[in-house]
Design a protein around this ligand. Structure first.
Ligand code: FES
Length: 127
């Protein structure tokens, strides 16, 4: 059996939403101290709906595929719904990840959550 599903390969070889959003409404980051991989998520939010999302990932194939899939899953979604995205849902949408690669999908969950926390903090601080 192939190590990676076809979907993982597709999102790794042709990742969606790569890049940065200069005027992002929220930026979040997550890293894994063990492997040293880092993921950054940029969100554009309008009326509490994620209208655009881009990512930069310095990491392995699973991390890149997870970032790509996660951005596709939260694009166009209300922030409340995006905040509930789990790494399991990302991995399932990719038709699975090898068990020892599940931590790569955690980066996507954490980077999105970090961005949304920053978004909520900024919102509270606005007059
Ligand atoms: Fe580090 Fe995949 S090995 S995120």
């Amino acid at each position: 059996m192939a190590l990676y599903s076809e979907k993982v390969m597709q999102h790794f070889l042709n990742p969606q939403n790569v890049g940065i959003i200069e005027d992002a409404d929220a930026v979040g980051e997550a890293g894994n101290a063990k492997c040293g991989d880092i993921m950054r998520m940029y969100l554009k939010i309008d009326d509490d709906v994620i209208t655009d999302v881009k990512f930069e990932t310095f990491g392995c194939a699973s991390a890149i595929a997870s970032s790509s899939m996660a951005t596709e899953l939260i694009k166009g979604k209300p922030v409340g719904e995006a905040a509930e995205l789990t790494n399991k849902a990302v991995a399932e949408a990719l038709d699975g990840l090898p068990a020892y690669k599940m931590h790569c999908s955690v980066l996507a969950e954490e980077a999105i959550r970090d961005a949304l926390e920053n978004y909520n903090k900024n919102k509270e601080n606005k007059p």
